[in-house]
Design a protein around this ligand. Sequence first.
Ligand code: HEM
Length: 151
Amino acid sequence: MTADSLAAPRAPHSAPRNKGVNLEKWGWLYMRASGVVLVVLIFGHLLTNLVLPEGGVHALNFAFVAGKFATPFWQWWDVLMLWLAFLHGGNGMRTIINDYVRGEGVRKTLVWVVWIAVAVMIVLGTLVVFTFDPCLGVTEDSTLWTACQAA
Ligand code: HEM
């Protein structure tokens, strides 16, 4: 393929490999499987945060989030959503970059930037969910003071 022509739609990005793990196939399957699970996780998330609470969206505040992060069920729900969505979004962006970026150096750099961003967000997000402490740094003038003293 020259720089001015497009590859045939079904042409492999690189030379076909007949041995080893077919990462493109697993990536393709992952997009479908994670998509199905994400529908449940995302709509469940929106329903429990914005629709079901009394007062709807107005019930959403620091205490509401702190309450959810005190429950292992919601911690795992949110962490699963975080991991699946970032890996799904990252892999989707990788596909778009591979489809549209012509220069090999730029393409490789952008794919690296995507995976680094995905890794940073997954590590930080997972840390936040599992180490979240609403009483951290609470002082006597805070409305949380009494509750945090009792805990
Ligand atoms: C609601 C649940 C979701 C479902 C059912 C879903 C489904 C899919 C499927 C089946 C693909 C593959 C399309 C293809 O190969 O032609 C895809 C691609 C993609 N998804 Fe999702 N997705 C969901 C949520 C998300 C989220 C939350 C993000 C962002 C974090 C995202 C970002 C992307 C991107 C960037 C692509 C690549 C688009 C492309 O190939 O042109 N998706 N999605």
